[in-house]
Ligand binder design. Structure first.
Ligand code: PEP
Length: 258
């Protein structure tokens, strides 16, 4: 029997928005999403805005909070780092791990990504594991090999219970912040490949339960077609999540139609 997967839409603010911008944003966003209850929603502000967002949302179930990054270490002499415990202290539920900007600009390897996944899970944070190929890799026909390497690097050795906590985001690097969205068919093909990988590696139940989000220039205009492909369970939205109305429109596009 197919396991229904609730749609999940998360907004990654990246290095934008100050703490004082959180309240006006949330005021509009909460109003615009008031009637929507059947989509999981998360916002992922920068670290400095998390405390404010947490104070306003007060641990509500409706809008969850995520962090954009986290140290693989638990505590200690790691100047400038933020630990999983610090995030839990602010009622943060999710953490992005392996975002392509961190892989590309900050040299994060699959091995580091794996350590972050393990540390997050040990603190009951749910990792949103980002995977995706560059344009050169796609043009060379290597996208599936890249996805497989990133998935196996990050997920190796995890138990079934741990795997159940993970959300995967397929984010083709060439589509992030470029305005070039993967076509629904291209995205579906990659998502299907990821689900097949999970089935082979971790079993059919994990494959059926795991939510796989699409990320890469999602907007209110293209969201619906992407979100209703069979293996696409939501969206990780960057640029378009900075405007509360646009982001609310994307959340609305995820509402199932029956
Ligand atoms: C992202 O940063 O995860 C992302 C998908 O960005 P954008 O929506 O701006 O392409």
């Amino acid at each position: 029997m197919a396991i229904p997967r609730k749609k999940f839409v998360a907004g990654n603010w990246k290095m934008n928005m100050t703490s004082s911008e959180v309240s006006p944003y949330l005021e509009v966003f909460r109003l615009e999403t008031e009637g929507i209850n059947n989509v999981d929603i998360a916002i992922i502000p920068p670290f400095t805005a998390l405390a404010k967002a947490s104070e306003i949302l007060g641990g509500t179930q409706k809008i969850r909070l995520g962090a954009q990054n986290m140290s693989p270490e638990v505590k200690g002499a790691y100047t400038g780092e933020i630990s999983a415990t610090m995030l839990r202290d602010l009622f943060i539920r999710y953490v992005l791990v392996g975002h392509s900007e961190r892989r590309r600009l900050f040299g994060e390897t699959d091995e580091l990504v794996h350590r972050k996944v393990v540390t997050a899970l040990a603190s009951e944070l749910r990792p949103i594991l980002c995977v995706g190929e560059t344009l050169e890799e796609r043009q060379a026909g290597q996208e599936k090999a890249i996805l497989e390497a990133q998935l196996s690097g990050a997920l190796t050795g995890l138990t079934t219970d741990q795997l159940e906590e993970i959300v995967i985001a397929y984010e083709p690097v060439w589509a992030i912040g470029t305005g070039l969205t993967a076509t629904p068919a291209q995205a579906q093909e990659a998502h299907h490949f990821i689900r097949d990988y999970l089935a082979t590696d971790s079993g059919l139940e994990i494959a059926a339960k795991t939510r796989i989000l699409y990320g890469g220039s999602v907007t209110a205009d293209n969201a619906r077609e992407l979100l209703f492909q069979p293996d696409i369970d939501g969206a990780l939205v960057g640029g378009a999540s900075l405007d509360p109305r646009s982001f609310a429109e994307i959340v609305a596009a995820a509402v199932p139609t029956e």
